[in-house]
Design a protein. Structure first.
Length: 148
């Protein structure tokens, strides 16, 4: 778990000073990772992990959080692989949609998610802000065919 926390902290460090409010990554602890494992799932690729993602089932979607790829592995398809795994997991759980949020300022992330089939469905504001701070994006998940 320490490797996952370290990966997220390294991968999200570039946001420092770029997003307001600061990333929730600053409040992420090993105990929070354990909570995520209890309430959802953490998927990773590699040992130590080169990429990871949090998956949290909700009544109407599978929520994706903390998608992180080590800088040395960016552009190699690991994020896409994790999103595809998330879509497979959502279908297995009978959930029709993948949902995520990304910060308004991170336009390269918006474009990357759009290339993976996500579309913008809304904006939200963190408490105390009178402007949007996050963009909500969704991707439909094709249902798996019924198994005989």
């Amino acid at each position: 778990m320490r490797d996952v926390l370290d990966l997220i902290q390294r991968s999200f460090a570039f946001m420092e000073g770029r997003i307001d409010p600061p990333s929730s990554m600053h409040r992420l602890t090993l105990a929070a990772l354990q909570d995520q494992c209890r309430d959802g799932e953490i998927w990773g690729i590699g040992t130590p992990p080169a990429a990871c993602i949090f998956l949290t089932p909700r009544p109407d979607c599978l929520y994706l959080g903390k998608l992180a790829v080590d800088e040395t592995h960016r552009g190699t398809g690991l994020a896409r692989t994790l999103v595809e795994l998330a879509a497979t997991r959502a279908a297995a759980l009978g959930l029709p949609v993948l949902r995520l949020q990304t910060r308004v300022e991170l336009t390269k992330n918006h474009a990357a998610f759009a290339r993976m089939g996500f579309r913008k469905t809304g904006e939200t504001a963190h408490p105390g802000f009178d402007r949007p701070t996050s963009v909500t994006m969704e991707k439909s998940v094709p249902a798996h065919p019924a198994r005989a």
